[in-house]
Every structure is written in C-alpha cells, then in structure tokens.
Design a protein around this ligand. Structure first.
Ligand code: X8Z
Ligand code: ZN
Length: 612
C-alpha cells in the first residue's frame, strides 16, 4: 500500500480536507460555458496546490489511525476521509468540463484524466454520502486490523495467525485457524461491504464510468476493456506453469497427508498451502522439495535467526541493498517514525505498507515484522515503494505516483529477486561452504515458484471478483458463491469446509476490507521478472538467470532511478522502455526464469492427474 492522490482514497482510512478549505479555497472553477485552455491550466495548477496540502493532513490522520486504532481515531479518519473524497469528487466533476477542450497541452490533458480517474473509492455528490462511504471503509479496515482467529480454541491475532499458517503442519489446526479467521473477520463485514459497493458504484457512474470496476481498470493508459483483455492475455502466457505447479504440489500434499485430507485429484484444500489465503506457497517448500537434491541447505528465516537479526537489522539490511545501487540512505526520520514491530499496548493494522507522509522525504514503513523469510522479502518490497516515492518527489503533485500501480508494487520485489545464495554470502548471512551447488538449481527455482507462480491466479481473481461485484454479474446474494467459484476456477483450490452466503471470505483479505485494488500485484509479479531480466543483462550476467544478483551495480541503480524519477508523468510503456527497452508487459521473462523448472515439473507430472 502506498500513499498518494489516488491510493489515499483507495485506503479510505484517512482522507482529510479541512472543511473550511473545501468550501472557501476552491480552485479556479470552470466557467459555465466555453472554458479556455488557460483556465484549464490554471484549474489543474490550483488542484495540485490544494491537494498537495490536503494529502499531508490526510496522511497524518491516516497514520495515527493505522498505528493506534481506537473509536476516536476511527472517527477522525472517517470524517477526514469523507471530506477529502467529497472535495476530490467535486474537482473531478469540474475537471470533466475541461477534458475535451481542443488545444490542451499533453500534460494538462493527462492531469485532468488523473484527477477524474484517480479516485479509487468515489462517493456520490449528495450530502453525507462521502462520509458514509469513508466510515464504512474505515470500519472494515480497522475491524480487519483488530481481527482474531483461534488456535487450540484460544484467540490469536492477525500477524501471529499469518505466520503460524506458514509453520503449522497439523491439518486440524490449519483448518481451525483458516475457518476461525474467515468466520470472525470476513463474515461480519458482509453488510458494510455491500453498502460500500453500492456507494462506490454510484460515485463512479457520477463521474461517467460504467461502474467502479471500469473506473479501476481505467488507470492504465488504455481503455478499461483493453486493460482487462491484457490481463487475460498475460495470464494465458503463464497459466501452463501454474497448472504444472498445481499438479505437482497436489501430488506431494496427497503423499504427505493422505486421501482423507488431500485427494489425488480435484482442487487443493486451501489451508494446506502455508498461507492464510493460499496466495504464496513458499512456506511449505519442505513438503514439496525435490527428493534427494531438495534440501537447499538454508532457509532465510533460519539464517536470520542464527545471526540474531532483529526486525530493525532486517530493515537496515534491506536499506543496504538499495544503498549498494547508489541510492541515498533513508532519512533519519524513517527510523524514528516508522512502525517496524507490532506495538504491544494497542491495536494497529499489521498489514505492511509504505508511506510518504509529506510527499517529499517523510518516508516510513508500517509493519509488524517477524524474523522470518516472508518478512525479509516484504521489507525489500516496502522499501521499494519508499525509494520510488523519493525518486519522483520533484514531479508535480499529480505525477507523484508509479508509472502504473503495478510498477509501484514491482520495484521492491524485483530487488528481492537478487537475494540469491551468493548475495547472502556477501552480506555474511550464509556460510560460503553452504552455497547450494548447481544440482540444487531445481530446488531453488521450485522454492521461488511456490511464491511467485502460485500467486498469479490469486493476484488476478481478487479483482475479477470485485469487478464482477461492481458490475452486478455477481449478485449481492452470491458474494460467497462468486468468490468460491473464482477461487476454484483460477487457483484450483477449495475451502476446508463448505461455505454459505452467511460467510464473506473475500473480506478476510486485507485489500478487500480496505478497498485497495489488487490487479497491481498481478501486474507486479509479471513486471518484476521483466525488470530483473533487463537488470541482469545490464549487469552483464552470464549464468542461469535465477542466480543473478545485481547487488552493488551502480549502473543498474542509475537506470532504475531514471525510470522511477519519471513518476507517472508519462504513459507506463515509456517508463518500461526506459528501463527494459520494451514497451510491452509480457510473461516471457518470467517463463524464461522458470524454464528449467517447467521442464522438470513436466517430467515429474508424467502419468499424474492434472487439472481439477
Ligand atoms: O499487500 C502487499 C504488500 C503491501 S503493498 C505487503 N502485498 C500483497 C499481499 O500481501 O497480499 C505484497 C504481495 C501481495
Ligand atoms: Zn506494496
């Protein structure tokens, strides 16, 4: 999650506009008839000035709410968010009147589009609607933050249950955690979610979009339908790899747990995959490791623990990677203002996020870091947001954003692909004698695929579900059935117990509760391999792609900086070209990275049941 004009509203946790500002300091408003180009330019400039200020107030309220959830901070955040959204919708409506003016500069046209399409959760203009919508998302986000499941009948908080799902192997306990989390966190949100959907749709149609899904799909420098088609095309490119992984993993789970828990055919039971949402499966690598050569000889979490890393040292290590590329150290305030560990004395939103509170250099992360492999990667992910934010901080306000939201999500992951065994040796985490030899390449690739490939259908289906809910294709009485259907269709997984419409499993995923779009993560999973392949080429890497680390490569760093500095000032293909030389998003780099694994999986899968 990142904080900026558009995603502020996506978060819906604290969007402030001082009411006096909203009413009095309106930017040059559009005249009733025949506005001029000069007026359009002045309007855009005034919006940028107004929102640059408002966004800082919002960010501060939002930060306090997310790191100290109480009735009071919820109320403050909801009210502030409501005022901000109300004002954002007002200026979006004004912007619409300038949009088709002949003779506009490319920048003004682009900025008008960003003003109109940049509101992720727009509200209808009628009085009270914006605050109502903001209250709903604040409540759902905070409920998520305060959510508890159970383990052995005892309450367990969100960050603990998330980590335990990765470690526990007893199917009865996994089932208890899965069911309790989904029942306790998701189901109670159902009515709020429906109300919020209705309001968001009304807001989106008021701005001229078919529905809120079309609005969400409009932020990619192409028509919404074309964007949907592009995501399907990308999925088709990588789907064979997912199918092969699914076949292999199901077989291994059946070997481990037996037919009564995981059958040899059909879908995989969702709670057996080492992750609450079945979105990344790397935590069960031990269950699927190739016989003989599967033991990689190290696990990042174990290495960190052995060297007595604490969360702050993990973040310092992440910073060290970016420094090695030539980026300036994080500001001192990053260290004093970030939430790196979970506070013991209050409720917070543990789901990781990166913040840029003053739109310049007040960078922060908010995590409940545990010393394990997942959080080591997540730190690099969050820092990627922070370095991106700082890189574009000289852009005008409306361009302080990723080339598209997938780019923002891809930077840190792309960097983390460089966490190879050789890199771990360089930073003194791994003993050189324990660097896995070439015969472990399949194991290394499989470990990566369990996180990277497994995620793809999940990354796609979350918004397929929301797009269908927004469009009405999934009816209000079918939220759960629609969710289960997509989970089965794309991921080939099923809940460990039957679900009915009193449940609301989608709400047990943070981004649904908080109203944060998710297709960005699907795009990022694809893009990060394009960035990585390009960086390794720039670095002159000769060996197998997955062994490449561009740690310390200042040339890669400066090309990355050049792309990130562009912010959202140009259509995303321009940014992609600046770093990779190509203008197309494509699954080819990802397929190239995993090519040896695909071959190996196909051999393993011979004669095994495939599909579900
Ligand atoms: O939400 C995140 C980041 C914050 S932007 C931790 N991610 C997605 C998720 O956790 O569901 C990163 C990977 C996918
Ligand atoms: Zn992120």
């Amino acid at each position: 999650m990142i904080r900026r004009f558009s995603s502020l509203m996506a978060l819906a946790v604290a969007l402030a506009a001082l009411p006096a500002v909203a009413e009095q300091a309106a930017p040059a408003s559009a005249p009733a008839a025949a506005p001029t180009v000069a007026q359009a330019d002045a309007f855009v400039a005034a919006v940028e000035e107004e929102f640059a200020k408002l966004s800082v107030d919002v960010a501060r309220i939002s930060w306090v709410n997310a790191t100290y959830i109480t009735e009071d901070t919820d109320a403050l955040a909801a009210a502030a968010g409501g005022r901000y959204t109300e004002r954002a919708v007002q200026v979006a409506n004004e912007a619409a009147r300038y949009r088709s003016l002949p003779g506009l500069s490319a920048d003004t046209r682009r900025k008008l589009d960003l003003i109109i399409g940049g509101i992720t959760l727009p509200a209808p203009t009628r009085p009270g609607a914006a605050e109502e919508l903001s209250t709903l998302f604040t409540r759902m986000g905070s409920s998520y933050g305060k959510g508890r499941g159970t383990l052995n009948g005892k309450p367990i908080n969100g960050s603990d249950i998330e980590a335990t799902m990765g470690e526990e192997r007893d199917p009865a306990k996994l089932k208890e955690m899965w069911v309790s989390w989904h029942d306790n966190v998701g189901a109670p949100m159902r009515a709020d979610y429906l109300a919020a959907t209705k309001l968001t749709n009304e807001g989106a149609t008021g701005l001229g979009f078919k529905d809120a899904g079309a609005l969400w799909r409009s932020g990619y420098d192409m028509p919404p339908d074309q964007f949907a088609a592009m995501t399907d095309k990308l999925w088709a490119e990588v789907e064979p790899l997912y199918k092969a992984l699914h076949t292999y993993v199901r077989w291994k789970l059946n070997e481990k747990y037996g037919d009564a828990v995981q059958s040899k055919t059909g879908p995989i039971r969702a709670d057996l995959l080492g992750n609450m949402w079945g979105q990344e499966w790397g935590n069960i690598y031990d269950v699927v490791a190739p016989p003989g050569t599967g033991d990689l000889g190290y696990d990042i979490g174990d290495l960190l623990k052995a060297k007595q890393y604490d969360p702050v040292k993990m973040v310092r290590t992440g910073e060290g990677f970016y420094s090695s590329l030539g980026f300036a150290p994080l500001p001192e305030t990053f260290w004093t203002r970030s939430q790196i560990v979970k506070p013991l004395d209050r409720e917070v939103i543990c789901h990781a996020s990166a913040w840029d509170v003053d739109n310049v250099d007040d960078l922060r992360i908010k995590m409940c870091t545990k010393v394990n492999s997942d959080d080591f990667i997540t730190i690099h992910h969050e820092l990627g947001h922070n370095y991106y934010q700082r890189a574009y901080n000289k852009q005008p306000f409306l361009y302080k954003n990723g080339a598209n939201d997938g780019f923002h999500e891809a930077i840190g992951d792309f960097v983390a692909l460089s966490i190879t065994p050789d890199y771990l040796v360089k930073i003194n985490l791994l003993d050189p004698a324990r660097v896995p030899a070439a015969d472990k390449d399949i194991g290394l690739l499989l470990r990566q695929a369990m996180d990277k490939i497994a995620f793809l259908p999940f990354g796609l289906l979350i918004d397929k579900w929301r797009w269908q809910v927004f469009s009405g294709e999934i009816a209000p009485g079918q939220l759960q059935a629609g969710w289960d259907k997509l989970r089965l269709q794309y991921q080939g997984i099923v809940p460990p117990v039957p679900r009915d419409e009193s449940k609301f499993d989608a709400g047990a995923k943070y981004h649904v509760a908080a109203g944060v779009p998710y297709t960005r993560y699907f795009l990022a999973r694809i893009l990060q391999f394009q960035f990585y392949e390009a960086a390794c080429k720039q670095a002159g890497w000769k060996g197998p792609l997955h062994r490449c680390s561009f740690y310390g490569d200042k040339q890669v760093g400066s090309r990355l900086d050049a792309m990130m500095k562009m912010g959202q000032s140009k259509p995303w293909p321009d940014a992609l070209q600046a770093f990779t030389g190509t203008r197309e998003m494509s699954g080819k780099s990802m397929m190239a990275y995993f090519a040896p694994l695909k071959k190996w999986l196909d051999e393993q899968n011979k004669g095994k049941p495939s599909g579900w």
